[in-house]
Design a protein around this ligand. Structure first.
Ligand code: ZN
Length: 241
């Protein structure tokens, strides 16, 4: 079975459609989201509908969480908070309820999915380093776990008590090792590569491969501007940050 793992879609339907077309060509049969389906970009409802139609399993991201409710947005920087307020206004009660009901973690066949970290998923911590990955890897019950949140693809691996970290294109998973893999971001990559990122996990071959897909960035930027969303959200798509 080939799984397409979609991180941080962030309401970018242009990027999502390009990724889904690529995943279909690659033989993906199931779809998993690491959360943050909404926020920053202009098509939250369309992205939620598209993933729901695919039967994609989704965990809750911080943007999903805050867009679902009316909580204080002090946690966010002003640009992110503006986008969340805009997103809240796009979502009716049913869509907000769907976001509110998303689980913090999900376990599929032989892997786990979480948005930020396994040790405190509701604190929305960022994992950039092996030290920051350690608490999650120690708790991880499956050999493989996918996460998102930083919008930067990276693979952490633990053998015994040793934890390493590296960028990846295709990883062959080794028996007895644990892997915590950031699938990158479909809708707002931040690794200076503006192409949409997603992962294909092949559970037969035990491989995890990172895919990068070109999409219509000017169209996504035009929608952001037409919606009155922050200009920075448009500019960052072209720069990949
Ligand atoms: Zn995000």
């Amino acid at each position: 079975m080939k799984y397409a793992v979609l991180g941080d879609v962030h309401a970018n339907i242009e990027a999502l459609e390009a990724v889904l077309a690529d995943a279909s060509r690659c033989g993906a049969e199931r779809y998993i989201s690491t959360g943050d389906v909404v926020g920053y970009n202009a098509n939250p409802v369309e992205c939620m509908d598209r993933l729901a139609a695919l039967g994609a399993g989704t965990v809750q991201g911080n943007h999903d969480h805050y867009a679902a409710g009316n909580q204080n947005l002090d946690y966010f920087n002003p640009v992110a908070a503006d986008a969340i307020r805009w997103t809240q206004n796009q979502l009716n009660a049913e869509y907000r309820q769907r976001l509110a009901a998303l689980p913090m973690t999900q376990q599929a066949a032989d892997f786990t999915v979480v948005h930020s970290s396994l040790d405190a998923p509701e604190e929305w911590k960022y994992i950039f380093s092996p030290e920051e990955a350690a608490p999650s890897l120690l708790l991880q019950q499956t050999p493989l776990c996918f996460l998102g949140h930083t919008h930067r693809p990276v693979a952490f691996r633990m053998q015994g008590e040793r934890i390493g970290c590296n960028p990846y294109e295709t990883l062959k998973l080794k028996p007895g090792w644990k892997y915590l893999i950031n699938a990158g971001s479909v809708g707002q990559p931040r690794d200076r590569d503006p192409r949409a990122a997603y992962v294909i996990y092949d559970d037969q071959k035990q491989t995890v491969s990172l895919h990068r897909v070109e999409y219509d960035i000017p169209a996504a930027q035009a929608k952001i501007r037409a919606a009155g969303l922050p200009e920075m959200d448009a500019l960052r798509l072209a720069a990949g940050y």
